[in-house]
Write a protein that binds this ligand. Structure first.
Ligand code: ATP
Length: 175
């Protein structure tokens, strides 16, 4: 499936802005052209929801979240930054493990089970992307994802394939 990343980022961002009026959201996107990526729309949505949900959950003092969105020649980079509790260097690699939670007692009342980030990483890597963290304990975190962009030619090929599959399906006799 070809997904317009620009639309999905805006949609999830707007949803969070509406659901969390106590937060200040800042969107920094200087993408003039819309960007197509080969990913299921639901999968991209799910990853963004996991990152934004965490940003909300782990922001105790300063309730501000920045979403940055930019493209380079081959990739689209999306970052979610919070100014919350941050993650200690020793724990950064572990947060992607299934069921891992930094502060078990304290996070338990936040209702998570430690699966969100492991799912996000598996999804992004399945699409040949990367997910990484920059964080500083007490100052906040930046979660970055990078996904390869489809070239115009790749979009054409995929669309052709889809049209062919549709034609074949329509031509199939009923019985
Ligand atoms: P859920 O499965 O509901 O997402 P969770 O938030 O505990 O639960 P993950 O999203 O996998 O699970 O996150 C794992 C751990 O990483 C969290 O328990 C938390 O300790 C830490 N973490 C994740 N995001 C942030 C963040 N933005 N700031 C600080 N710590 C974070």
């Amino acid at each position: 499936e070809i997904t317009n990343v620009t639309k999905v980022v805006h949609q999830v961002y707007n949803d969070f802005e509406m659901i969390h009026p106590d937060f200040t959201f800042v969107l920094d996107d200087d993408v003039e052209k819309e960007v197509d990526v080969q990913i299921y729309r639901n999968h991209l949505e799910q990853v963004l929801i996991i990152l934004l949900d965490n940003a909300v959950k782990y922001s105790t003092k300063r309730k501000e979240i920045h979403v940055t969105y930019e493209r380079s020649e081959r990739n689209v980079d999306i970052a979610v930054q919070d100014f919350g509790e941050g993650i200690a260097p020793d724990n950064i690699d572990k947060v992607f493990n299934r069921f891992y939670r930094v502060d078990k007692a304290r996070s338990r009342n936040k209702g998570g089970n430690g699966l969100g980030l492991s799912i996000a990483r598996r999804l992004i890597e399945a699409y040949h992307g990367t997910i990484s963290i920059e964080s500083s304990l007490g100052y906040g975190s930046i979660f970055q994802i990078s996904l390869p962009i489809l070239t115009g030619q790749e979009v054409e090929i995929l669309e052709e394939k889809r049209d062919m599959a549709e034609t074949q399906r329509d031509q199939k006799p009923l019985a």
